[in-house]
Design a protein around this ligand. Structure first.
Ligand SMILES: NC(=O)c1ccc[n+]([C@@H]2O[C@H](COP(=O)([O-])OP(=O)(O)OC[C@H]3O[C@@H](n4cnc5c(N)ncnc54)[C@H](OP(=O)(O)O)[C@@H]3O)[C@@H](O)[C@H]2O)c1
Length: 429
């Protein structure tokens, strides 16, 4: 019988609000940290996350896994509910094989193994975790039954085997990134995890979206990142004046925005030209799906971006790529003082040199860039031959004929073409 004894108790303010932290020592000298909210010992099922320690994902923001995203999503879910517990299980690093072995398993993955085979190649089990200690901690907290925040059915089974009633499994869906999509799919296919990479496109309005088919095979080159261009065009083939809300219905627009955020979360950087910043003041962060915000990059040879622009706020890192033209030094210094990165590259006939920009991003470790516009930057990128993939949204609108409503859509892929048909009527009818 494993015993858990409380070793320390303290108030812990976090970005998800204030929790009571209690540390427990369990058999074998492991420390389990619990973050509690509300009365958890009243006999009712408690919203519970048993989170396996992952130094690289939780503390360092590694995108090889989705641990950090799940950790924060769980804390926020508990804070929203006003009652629950997060148990942080030390000793669970790398599904129980330890930090060094986890890094060795990453090396095996770079040689082609998936996350399960990587462990097996090292002579280690795919999953060595035991949940008996977590169950002992729950018992010490007076918790007998839980609603478990997890995508991992083994975790629910492990707690149940140790005497905790699992009333419900509450999935923690995360948005796949270019770095962890394969890992999440392996966990789903080989370890029975609940669809961790999100729902298929049809369900985009309700849940995070799996954008892997839109991303394609993300293959950064030695001299530049993988470049994915996305834009919204009208039915008559013009880049829409505003990149947002391409569809007529509110539900459709909300679904599309979530998809756009999932694409952002999937990439290391999101890039726009200064024209897009001046026209729409986008923030370019990930807010509508659970996923990391990418590095925000603005191409701005004349530093026209206002210091009040949302893209310069502290919500995510930002890099302004500029050409060091005369008269811009004071503004460059002002940006640096606000923790905005400033990179000087050679000027081009329009704006900054794209090859130099992409080379610099690659040298900074950026493997994938999502170009969100506008028309000027997209046209330059295509002309420079630095685009790997296009994601085009066709809005049911005709530029210059806003008075028309296009409804009753039909879509026909024919060979490499996509045929679209709509009923056309005056918008008022
Ligand atoms: N439909 C969509 O999907 C979509 C998406 C985004 C934006 N938009 C819309 O597009 C409009 C803005 O279009 P835009 O063409 O003015 O904006 P843009 O492409 O975002 O910005 C163009 C500016 O970027 C700078 N730039 C720096 N390096 C460049 C390079 N190598 N090539 C091209 N430009 C470079 C140039 O300014 P400097 O010379 O000062 O450096 C240039 O004037 C807005 O109405 C916006 O809402 C639509």
């Amino acid at each position: 019988m494993i015993r858990a004894s409380e070793a320390a108790r303290v108030r812990l303010p976090t970005s998800a609000g204030e929790f009571e932290a209690r540390a427990f020592e369990v058999g074998g000298g492991l420390v389990y940290l619990t973050l509690l909210r509300g009365d958890v010992a009243d006999g009712q099922p408690v919203l519970t996350r048993v989170h396996s320690e992952c130094l690289t994902g939780d503390a360092l923001g590694s995108l090889r896994c989705d641990c950090g995203v799940q950790l924060h999503a769980a804390l926020e879910a508990i804070a929203r509910e006003g009652r629950g517990v997060l148990i942080y299980a030390t000793g669970h690093e790398g599904r129980g094989i330890g930090l060094v072995n986890k890094l060795r398993a990453y090396q095996e993955q770079e040689r082609g193994a998936d996350t399960v085979d990587a462990n097996l190649r090292l002579g280690l089990p795919a999953d060595r975790r035991s949940y008996a200690e977590a169950a002992a901690v729950l018992t010490a907290l007076g918790i007998r039954s839980v609603r478990l925040l997890t995508n991992n059915p083994r975790k629910a089974d492990g707690l149940a085997a140790a005497g905790i009633r699992v009333e419900e499994v509450v999935p923690l869906v995360t948005t796949a990134t270019a770095h962890n999509g394969q890992y999440l799919r392996t966990k789903r296919d080989r370890m029975g995890h609940i669809d961790p990479a999100g729902a298929p496109l049809a369900e985009v309005a309700e849940r995070p979206v799996d954008v892997s088919s839109l991303l394609g095979a993300v293959r950064p080159r030695a001299d530049r990142p993988f470049v994915l261009v996305t834009y919204v065009q009208t039915l008559d083939g013009r880049i829409a004046a505003r990149p947002d809300a391409p569809v007529a219905t509110a539900a459709g627009a909300a679904a599309w925005r979530r998809l756009a955020h999932a694409l952002r979360a999937a990439c290391d950087a999101v890039l726009v030209g200064s024209g897009t910043v001046l026209a729409g003041d986008p923030e370019l962060t990930v807010r509508l799906v659970p996923g990391p915000s990418p590095l925000r990059v603005v191409l701005d040879s004349r530093l026209r971006t206002p210091l009040t622009a949302r893209v310069l706020n502290g919500a995510a890192p930002t890099l302004v790529v500029t050409a060091g033209r005369d008269g811009t030094r004071a503004k460059r210094e002002e940006l640096v003082a606000r923790n905005v990165g400033v990179r000087l590259v050679e000027p081009a006939p329009v704006g900054v040199d794209l090859h130099a920009t992409l080379r610099a991003l690659r040298a900074d470790g950026v493997g994938s860039v999502l170009v969100e516009g506008g028309a000027g930057v997209i046209a330059s990128m295509l002309a420079a031959g630095v685009v790997d993939r296009l994601v085009a949204t066709i809005a049911p609108r005709i530029a210059g004929a806003a008075g028309l409503a296009l409804t009753n859509r039909a879509v026909h892929p024919v060979g490499d073409d996509v045929l679209l048909a709509f009923d056309v009527a005056p918008a008022s009818t």
